[in-house]
Write a protein of this length. Sequence first.
Length: 89
Amino acid sequence: MKQEALRIVEELNMESYLNNEDSLDYYEPFDFRSTGYDSAIYFMRLFIWSEDNDEREWITEHEKEPLKSFCISQAKRILSDLNYRMGEL
C-alpha cells in the first residue's frame, strides 16, 4: 500500500501542476509521509489518509473506493472549507 500511496501523491502533484497555469513550481499540495510501519497522505499539511486510519467507503464486500479519488474528494472538502472561511473575513 505504501508504494501505491506514494505513486498517487506523485500523480496528484503532477496533475495539480499541469492543470494550473498559475501554479507555483515549488509547491506540491500533496505530501506522502512514512514511519516505516505506517504511511500517510496529507493535503496542504492537513492529514487526509493513512493505512491505520483508512476511512474510504466500501464499494463491495472486499473492495474500497480508489485511494486516488478519495484523496481528491478530501482535498476538495478542505478547499471548500477554506473558501468558506475566507468568505467570513
